[in-house]
Ligand binder design. Structure first.
Ligand SMILES: [Fe+2]
Length: 285
């Protein structure tokens, strides 16, 4: 007999899941959780109290989790070892410029002022489904360049790159593993151009795709309460946040990926550390 799992749909997308904490999670329960996750690529749990180790273990239901401080860390404006302090973050997938970007990510609110800050999510599945048949046809087979993130609060351009910065070409339309469901894979922050088009054509097409992705009424905004955990498909779902106010905020972050950042981009480790520390030093607004 497994744990009792109940779920409700979130608006405009996502699934909120409750698991009876008194029972062990069985193989059948894990299968059910994976099925719910695959539906929209976003799950919300509430009232959890997971250590970093326990969160890593929980995330292994959905895919591989490495034992690595580069993948699993604290998003915090309060902890000394926290990353991304108070910065605004434009719409993005995490590390899209790696050959194998993270499959999924999970944030768990361990120290937050109830309801004071939020993270926003949009669905690349729903954006693709919003495109006209003509536009779907036009982007079929196109590739886009994803570039290293030098700025989190404005679009990164080729001119922003520094020697050694990694860029990777990915398909504009990718498919969900297992179902083949298509989703858009260009983002506001780290996709400066579509390969093979003139700069003007590329900018215009990206603008059209952004219009399908960043639809105000189709954003799931998660206001953080202590104990919340949001797990999302980092490829099909994009996230963003506004600048963080003076309210303290610590989210425990775990990445689901076969390959770590360091394995894919060892040359960048020093730069990444420098960025993390710089972010921490940015004063709260
Ligand atoms: Fe992110």
């Amino acid at each position: 007999m497994g744990a009792r799992i109940t779920h409700t749909s979130l608006a405009p997308f996502g699934v909120e899941v409750a698991i009876d904490p008194s029972s062990a999670v069985t193989a059948a329960n894990k299968e059910e959780l994976r099925r719910l996750y695959a539906r929209d690529g976003l799950l919300v749990f509430r009232g959890l109290d997971l250590s970093m180790e326990a969160q890593c273990e929980f995330c292994r239901i959905f895919g591989p989790v490495l034992d690595s401080p580069y993948e699993n860390f604290y998003v915090s404006n309060a902890r000394e070892d926290g990353h991304l302090g108070v910065l605004e973050l434009q719409w993005h997938n995490d590390v899209p410029y790696l050959p194998k970007p993270y499959l999924a990510a999970a944030l768990h609110a361990i120290d937050v002022v109830p309801g004071a800050t939020s993270t926003q999510f949009v669905s690349g599945f729903r954006a693709y489904e919003r495109l006209s048949p003509a536009l779907r046809e036009r982007i079929s087979g196109l590739n886009a360049l994803q570039v290293k993130q030098r700025f989190s609060d404005r679009s990164n351009q080729l001119a922003d790159l520094q020697p050694g910065d990694l860029c990777t070409v990915h398909s504009v339309v990718r498919q969900q593993e297992g179902t083949g469901r298509p989703y858009l894979f260009v983002n506001e922050n780290m996709t400066p151009l579509i390969i093979g088009l003139s700069p003007a054509e590329s900018d215009a097409l990206l603008q059209e795709l952004h219009s399908a992705l960043y639809v105000r009424d189709d954003v799931y905004e998660h206001a953080w309460y202590p104990g919340d955990l949001v797990l999302w498909d980092n490829l099909a779902v994009q996230h963003a946040r506004g600048r963080i106010s003076a309210d303290k905020r610590t989210l425990q972050r775990v990445s689901i990926t076969d390959l770590g950042y360091a394995q894919q981009y060892a040359a960048d480790l020093d730069i990444r550390d420098a960025y993390a520390n710089a972010a921490l030093l940015t004063p709260a607004a």
